[in-house]
Design a protein around this ligand. Structure first.
Ligand code: F6P
Ligand code: MG
Length: 439
C-alpha cells in the first residue's frame, strides 16, 4: 500500500495547527463562555431560575473543556445522546487503536489537528445540549449577526451592482462568462471573512470587493474557472430542458453567504443552472459556519433591508426558496471529523445525493482540509490524487488559504511565495479555484 503523508497536527511546534490548539481554540472557548455570561438575564427572563442554572452548567462544562485542552488531557468519549454520538465515540476508538496498543490516549496536542478541532466544536454542542432549557442556544449567533450588520455597506454595494446589471438572458456569451468569473471571485474573497481566524471579531476588509477584483488577481494561485465555464456552458447548450443541478457546500454565514447567494442567483438567471442545492451545518460550527437558522435569517434580513436594491435581492432569493429552485440541506456528516473520502462508507445517503449534481462547489478552508484529508501533501501533489477517490461529481474548491496545506502548485511556486511572504499559507490573503473535472 502506498504511504500516505502524516496528518497536520499540533505536535509540530510552531505550526499553524500548534498555534490553533495552543491559542486560537482557548480564545474561542473563552469568548463562548463570555457570551453565555452576557445572556444570563435573557435566560432568566425566558426560563426563570432554571435558565440561570442552565447557564451556570454550560459555563462549567465549557471551562472544564478549556482546561482539558490547555493541559493536554486525554480526549474523552462524548456523554450526550445526540444523533451522531455513537459515530463520534467510534471514531475516537479508531484514533485510540492507531496508538498501537500502547496505554496512550489520544490527546489534544498529539492527535490529528482536524480531529481535535472538530471535536472541540462538538464538545461545545455537548455542553449546550446537556444544559436544558437553553439546549438550542447558539453561542456563536451573536458574532455571526454582528458581522452581518457590520458588512451591511458591502452587502448593499454588491446587491446594487447585481440589480443594475441587465437581465442575464440578454447577455452575450462573453458577458455571461465575465460576470460568472466576477461573481466566482467575489465568492472566493468572501471566504476571507470567517470568524474563527479572528476569534469572533469581524474584519472590515471586504468593503469594496467589486472594485478590488482586478488587484486581487495575482493572489489567485490556481485558477480553474475556465474549466467551470466550459462545464456549465456545455450543459447549457446541450440540455435546454433538463435539470442542471449545482450544489454549494457552504462555509461561513454573513458576508460570505451573501456572496454565495448572489452567485447562486446568477447561475439561475443566466440559465447556467436550473436548481441550486445548498449544504449547511446541523450545529454551530467553526464559529461562523452556516446553519439552517443562519441561512433563513440572512435571507429574511436582506429581504427586510430599507435599501431598495438589497431588499429586491432578498425578495428574489425568498422566491427561489419558495419555488423549490433553491433547496437547503443539512446532514450530520458535515460536522463529523471524517475526511470526505470516507463519505461513501460513513454517509452513503449523502454521497448518493451529491452524485446527482452536475457540479459541486466546496467553499472555504475547512472543506479544503476535509477534501484533502488534512494530510501534509507536497505542494505539487495533484489535486485529483489527494482527493483519495472522493468524486461524487465534478467538483471545485473555492478557498482562501488559512492552513498549511496546499496541493497542485507548479514546481517552485511555493518556494517563491515563501520567500516573498512567509505567512502565505495562513492569512487568507491567497486563494484558489481548484477543479476536479468529469472522470
Ligand atoms: O482553524 C482551522 C481552520 O481551517 C482555519 O485554518 C480557518 O481559520 C478556519 O478553520 C476555518 O476557515 P473557513 O471558514 O474558511 O473554513
Ligand atoms: Mg468556516
Amino acid at each position: 500500500m502506498a504511504e500516505f503523508p502524516a496528518f497536520l497536527s499540533a505536535q509540530d511546534v510552531g505550526s499553524f495547527a500548534y498555534l490553533t490548539v495552543k491559542d486560537r481554540l482557548p480564545q474561542i472557548l473563552t469568548k463562548a463562555i463570555d457570551t453565555l455570561h452576557r445572556h444570563k438575564s435573557e435566560f432568566f427572563e425566558k426560563h426563570g431560575k432554571e435558565g440561570v442554572e442552565a447557564e451556570k452548567k454550560a459555563i462549567s462544562l465549557l471551562s472544564k473543556l478549556r482546561n482539558e485542552l490547555q493541559t493536554d488531557k486525554p480526549i474523552t468519549r462524548l456523554a450526550d445522546k445526540w444523533v451522531d454520538t455513537d459515530i463520534w465515540n467510534h471514531y475516537l476508538g479508531h484514533e485510540r487503536s492507531l496508538l498501537n496498543g500502547s496505554d496512550e490516549e489520544p490527546r489534544w496536542f498529539f492527535s490529528p489537528w482536524l480531529f481535535v478541532e472538530c471535536y472541540m466544536y462538538r464538545r461545545i454542542h455537548e455542553a449546550i445540549v446537556q444544559s436544558p432549557p437553553i439546549q438550542d442556544f447558539d453561542v456563536f449567533k451573536e458574532s455571526k449577526d454582528e458581522s452581518f450588520f457590520e458588512s451591511q455597506e458591502s452587502i448593499d454595494t454588491l446587491c446594487m451592482h447585481i440589480q443594475q446589471l441587465r437581465p442575464a438572458r440578454d447577455f452575450s456569451e462573453d458577458e455571461l462568462k465575465d460576470t460568472l468569473f466576477k461573481l466566482l471571485q467575489i465568492s472566493l474573497w468572501g471566504n476571507k471573512c470567517d470568524l474563527s481566524l479572528s476569534g469572533g471579531e469581524s474584519s472590515s476588509e471586504k468593503t469594496d470587493v467589486i472594485n478590488s477584483l482586478e488587484g486581487l488577481m495575482p493572489f489567485i494561485l490556481i485558477n480553474d474557472t475556465e474549466s467551470l465555464w466550459e462545464l456549465l456552458s456545455t450543459y447549457k447548450k446541450a440540455a435546454k430542458s433538463s435539470v442542471v443541478r449545482v450544489d454549494i457546500v457552504l462555509d461561513n454565514s454573513g458576508f460570505e453567504l451573501v456572496t454565495d447567494l448572489v452567485l447562486a442567483d446568477f447561475l439561475l438567471s443566466s440559465e447556467l443552472a436550473t436548481e441550486i442545492h445548498f449544504h449547511g451545518k446541523t450545529i454551530p460550527w467553526f464559529v461562523s459556519d452556516v446553519t439552517m437558522h443562519d441561512f433563513n435569517w440572512i435571507i429574511e434580513h436582506v429581504r427586510g433591508s430599507n435599501q431598495k436594491f438589497t431588499s429586491t435581492c432578498g425578495a428574489e432569493w425568498e422566491n427561489h426558496v419558495k419555488m423549490g429552485r433553491w433547496i437547503y440541506h443539512d446532514h450530520i456528516f458535515w460536522t463529523l471529523p471524517h475526511p470526505y473520502c470516507a463519505m461513501p462508507q460513513v454517509a452513503p445517503d449523502l454521497y448518493t445525493k451529491l452524485q446527482k449534481a452536475c457540479l459541486i462547489l466546496f467553499k472555504g478552508d475547512l472543506n479544503y482540509r476535509k477534501l484533502m484529508s488534512d494530510r501534509k501533501w507536497e505542494f505539487t501533489f495533484p489535486f485529483h490524487e489527494a482527493l483519495c477517490g472522493f468524486h461524487p461529481a465534478p467538483l471545485c474548491s473555492i478557498r482562501t488559504l488559512k492552513c498549511e496545506l496546499q496541493v497542485g502548485l507548479q514546481p517552485g511556486q511555493a518556494e517563491q511565495l515563501m520567500a516573498f511572504d512567509p505567512h502565505w499559507l495562513t492569512t487568507g490573503k491567497y486563494g484558489v479555484f481548484q477543479f476536479d473535472g468529469p472522470l
